[in-house]
Write a protein that binds this ligand. Structure first.
Ligand code: GLU
Length: 495
């Protein structure tokens, strides 16, 4: 049997380090045993998926040195590898389940489902579908369908008993069926949900081992049932431990930069980042910390994965990165890396028009534009001192700007400006006052050129990281303060 693994990212945001981590372990498992590694794009959530995000994911995984044998760009015999191009396949499989009586049409309105949920929550029950439409007769269903009533397709799920799923690392996992919802398989818009598309594709793409994050463990019973309903053999499951922040919480962009693009732009070497991800829950037999991808593939043994949540610690990553720079690059190669990174004409042309208007001598250029080549800036609370705004208000301006920009999906100067203008108005500040802390957070000084241009060029990941860093420099937010501000921000945004 040829081992076939896959990574199946949803293109709904920044290229996440967690995606690279899972991709790396799938690739290592397959390649270390002469198998194949596949990349599939799971873009059934049409409202949130974008081609830009897909492109960024592919680019950043390749930047890290990962590659796949089959995928939307690489092609292959089991395509298409983008779920949005496989609608017919899912519709056909949903029909098979309906015909065999393993799935049913559900016509419940969202109001009814909301009420049901509220009631279940109030009674401290596990929220879930109550089987209302299971009792419709064939004729009633046919009538409603003929009348064009909006509906979804749900899978039938046993009400009693326990489901046992085998996991390569965790052994048998038991989950009571009463905890498993009658999952929607096809949404009202005709698109499949993750569960249906994922199972159908894993089968048709002949995936033998599903290595994915532990957040999917609760989906495993639904998947197991779907394999049974279709009469297919289920791939072996392996749920990897989740990456964590240094405070042990789940790695999230609220606390840490999580986008691969951020690490690239902040000057990490791809081989160092990949090496670090290989250290997440896994170690070489001789415990050495530094290794190349090839060395990892040579030695890979998935049973060496340990389940304690691996901590993604930027300080540790920086230490490893420094060691890669010092020990593995000649000075000549170091120069080439700097050039390939941001010290090149292509990148500088983006802001040279502004710099040219401000320098007196060429030597003014480097200090003036250092922030365009930096990761997080070296700032102190005094840098944010403001004539009119108190420090707590400055912190609020920065935090609200961060939240507002986290929602911005089209990162253009115009949109950033519109966001900032709207926010300053809503908060009752003059634009000039409002912009002051933003200048400091982004450029380290209020005296730089247009901050909107800098923000556009530096990109969303770096800007969010710098705004978050600025809030931290001003003392950060306590849990209570964070909650209070979040409420205030919601009210403000709704106005
Ligand atoms: N599309 C899912 C994700 O974004 C894939 C989960 C899986 O590997 O089954 O993580």
């Amino acid at each position: 049997m040829t081992i076939r693994t896959r990574v199946a990212p949803s293109p709904t945001g920044d290229p996440h380090v967690g995606t690279a981590y899972i991709a790396l372990f799938n690739m290592a498992f397959a390649r270390s045993q002469g198998g194949k590694f596949i990349l599939r794009i799971e873009d059934t959530d049409q409202a949130r998926s974008t081609p830009e995000s897909e492109q960024q994911i592919l680019n950043s995984l390749r930047w890290l040195g990962l590659d796949w044998d089959e995928g939307p760009d690489a092609g292959g015999p089991n395509g298409p590898y983008r779920q949005s191009e496989r609608r017919e396949i899912y519709a056909d499989h949903a029909r098979q389940l309906l015909d065999k009586g393993h799935a049913f049409h559900c016509f419940c309105s969202s109001e009814r489902l909301d009420e049901l949920r509220a009631e279940q929550m109030a009674n401290k029950q596990t929220p879930g579908y109550d089987g209302h439409c299971l009792h419709l007769s064939k004729e009633e269903v046919a009538q409603k369908l003929a009348a064009g009533e909006s509906h979804v397709v749900r899978m039938k799920v046993p009400v009693e008993g326990t489901c046992v799923v085998d996991d390569m690392l965790r052994g048998a996992i038991e989950i009571d069926w009463s905890q498993v919802d009658m999952q929607v398989l096809v949404k009202a818009d005709g698109m499949p949900t993750y569960h249906l598309a994922n199972v159908v594709d894993d089968h048709l793409m002949e995936i033998t081992h599903v290595i994915r994050g532990e957040e999917w463990i609760n989906s495993a019973p639904k998947h197991k049932l779907l394999y049974q309903y279709f009469g297919w053999e289920m791939p072996v499951l392996c749920h990897m431990p989740l990456l964590r922040n240094p405070d042990k919480s789940k790695l999230s962009k609220r606390k840490n930069p999580t986008s691969i693009t951020y690490y690239r732009d902040a000057g990490y070497l791809p081989e160092a980042l990949l090496n670090y991800l290989g250290r997440m829950g896994w170690s070489m037999p001789d415990e050495r910390e530094k290794f190349t991808l090839d060395e990892m593939l040579e030695q890979f043994d998935i049973s060496r994965v340990s389940l304690g949540g691996p901590i993604f610690d930027q300080e540790k990553l920086s230490w490893l990165n420094a060691s890669w720079i010092r020990e593995n690059l000649t000075v000549e190669q170091f120069a080439d890396r700097l050039h390939g990174w941001l010290l090149n004409k292509d990148y500088m042309m983006k802001f040279l028009p502004f710099a040219k208007e401000r320098v007196e001598t060429l030597s003014d250029f480097a200090p003036m534009s250092a922030f365009m080549f930096s990761g997080l800036l070296d700032l102190s609370p005094e840098d944010f001192a403001h004539k009119k705004l108190e420090e707590s208000e400055v912190k609020k301006v920065l935090q609200f700007t961060l939240w507002r920009l986290e929602q911005q999906r089209q990162w253009t100067k115009g949109n950033i400006f519109a966001d900032i203008k709207a926010l300053s108005k809503a908060m009752g500040h003059k634009l000039g006052d409002f912009n002051h802390p933003i200048f400091v957070a982004v450029a380290g000084t209020p005296n730089s050129w247009s901050v909107m241009d800098s923000m556009e060029i530096l990109g969303p990941d770096m800007i969010r990281a710098r705004l978050r860093h600025a809030v931290a420099v001003l003392g950060g937010l306590s849990k209570k303060e964070g909650k209070r501000l979040e409420k205030e921000f919601k009210v403000l945004s709704a106005e």
